[in-house]
Design a protein around this ligand. Structure first.
Ligand code: PAF
Length: 294
């Protein structure tokens, strides 16, 4: 955190710089790096909530300076209406980041991130063919484009990603390996609301009743995890999807039980391997994802 030291040596103020251009951001970060300071980075699309703040706090703890980007990346939306409806709450976001002690908020325009169209095509093999990759064509290519571009600008030592987007985390790790980047990717556990609903910017679009009803998502995941001890994968999956769909307000897009490293769909649970249960559901016109380790 940047602080000013008063004459009696107490810390009197901290401030956050807000930059919209790549050049200002890079200049500041280069200056920090030339002073040997370690940079932590939290990329976000804004509409910040306690889940984001927990990533930021981790970065503040691990690094000398913390940079947070707020950029709604058009390249990762395969649905124009979803992009349009994505909540944009700059004033609240900047206040939250300032309050927690972030050093630099990067708030670029689309032109600043993509001065020319990004035509790069990443290949993540089977990792991008399942779950989110299957249901949101082009989504992970857009994520890889923006995250690699942001890494180029911010040059972080550590970058923080939430495990709610479990497949995204696997894709980012694969991208870092492919591009031989030096950044360390730090996964952060899911933060949940009191009723178990995973924190997400999209929750903002749920009314009070939907937000309460949405607790069925986590309940279903926990139940599926329990049932895996005594039932086969296909049976557990079928029951969980039925439970979601029979709630009367949720519609399952997918529910998958996968090996946690390769994300390959499992047809049975084998000793010595780790598994994850992932899902995407619709609650009205809001799409939510969640997962639990199995
Ligand atoms: O997880 C997100 O909010 C976004 O996918 C990310 C990583 C900020 C890239 O736009």
């Amino acid at each position: 955190m940047l602080s000013t030291i008063s004459t009696n040596n107490s810390i009197t103020a901290s401030f956050m710089q807000v930059f919209t251009t790549v050049s200002e951001t890079q200049k500041q970060i280069e200056n920090w790096q030339s002073n040997g300071l370690k940079i932590g980075f939290v990329p976000t699309m804004g509409a910040l909530h306690a889940g984001h703040i927990s990533l930021v706090k981790q970065s503040l703890e691990d690094n000398d300076r913390t940079v947070v980007s707020v950029f709604v990346n058009p390249n990762q939306f395969n649905n124009a209406a979803d992009l349009e409806k994505y909540p944009r709450t700059f004033d609240r976001d900047s206040e939250m980041l300032r309050d927690v002690g972030v050093d630099l908020m990067f708030f670029p325009s689309v032109n600043e991130i993509y001065p020319t169209p990004d035509i790069r095509k990443f290949d993540f093999g089977d990792l991008e063919k399942v779950m989110e990759g299957e249901h949101r064509p082009g989504h992970f290519n857009g994520v890889a484009q923006v995250v690699s571009r942001l890494f180029e600008i911010v040059m972080p030592d550590n970058a923080y990603f939430g495990e709610k987007d479990f497949q995204q985390l696997a894709i980012i790790n694969a991208m870092v390996k492919q591009l031989a980047l030096k950044v360390k990717i730090v996964p952060c556990t899911i933060l949940r609301e009191a009723n178990g609903l995973a924190m997400s910017s999209r929750n903002e679009r749920l009314n009070t009743t939907d937000r309460e009803n949405a607790k069925v998502i986590y309940e279903t995941l926990k139940q599926a995890k329990e049932e895996l001890a005594t039932n086969g994968v296909e049976v557990v999956k079928k029951k969980a999807i039925e439970r979601l769909n029979s709630s009367g307000f949720l519609k399952a897009e997918y529910l998958e039980i996968s090996e946690a490293e390769s994300l390959k769909a499992a047809n049975k649970i084998e000793a010595g391997l780790n598994y994850i249960i992932c899902l995407a559901v619709w609650l009205g016109d809001v799409r939510l994802i969640d997962n639990v380790r199995a």
